[in-house]
Design a protein around this ligand. Structure first.
Ligand code: GDP
Ligand code: MG
Length: 172
């Protein structure tokens, strides 16, 4: 199997770190500062019986100012070209409680819906989150979209990244 995957999500959720983990090299710039990835980066993963081409996009968010607008265009045009959308959201860091879905992420979800493509919700940075904090996040996002799959993972610790890759490979 072979296909294209867009890694979407607001700045700083860990998109570039995931791509670097998958490719085992530092292809995308990782930074605690948002918006380090200004153009999209293509990386190809060759797995057992599957090849996935990943686009790491600049954080897809609503346009404000010319540079942002350009970045949003890159994100949207990428979505139109891929087989599967992978939206990353961060695992909660606090104890169980209300989960706030930011406006930027809601907007991305609307675009994912509009695309009609299979969409995987990746819950990133689970190494920082207590287990009880993950379920409410999943519940909150399931209310917003009928995700094809939901996969919690940590790119930093390499937890469940294999599962994420297998899931994506099934969908392309
Ligand atoms: P992007 O803007 O979505 O591409 O996010 P980056 O990949 O640049 O990561 C933003 C910040 O989150 C960096 O400081 C990363 O080191 C950190 N980060 C990314 N993935 C993980 C993870 O799995 N666990 C933890 N604890 N931090 C992470
Ligand atoms: Mg990035």
């Amino acid at each position: 199997r072979a296909g294209f995957v867009a890694i979407l999500g607001r700045p700083n959720v860990g998109k570039s770190t995931l791509l670097n983990r998958v490719l085992r090299e530092k292809i995308a710039i990782v930074s605690p500062r948002p918006q380090t990835t200004r153009t999209r980066i293509l990386g190809v993963w060759n797995g057992p019986g599957a090849q996935l081409a990943f686009f790491d996009t600049p954080g897809l968010h609503r346009a404000e100012g010319p540079l942002n607008r350009r970045m949003v265009e890159v994100g949207l045009s990428t979505l139109s070209e891929v087989d599967v959308a992978l939206l990353l959201v961060e695992a909660g860091t606090g104890p169980e409680g209300r989960v706030e879905v930011g406006e930027a992420t809601r907007w991305i979800i609307e675009e994912v819906k509009r695309s009609g493509k299979p969409a995987v919700l990746g819950i990133s940075k689970i190494d920082r989150a207590p287990k009880e904090a993950i379920l409410p996040v999943i519940a909150a996002y399931r209310e917003l979209h009928a995700w094809t799959e939901v996969v919690p993972f940590s790119a930093l610790r390499d937890e469940n990244v294999d599962d994420l890759l297998r899931t994506l490979a099934r969908l392309v």
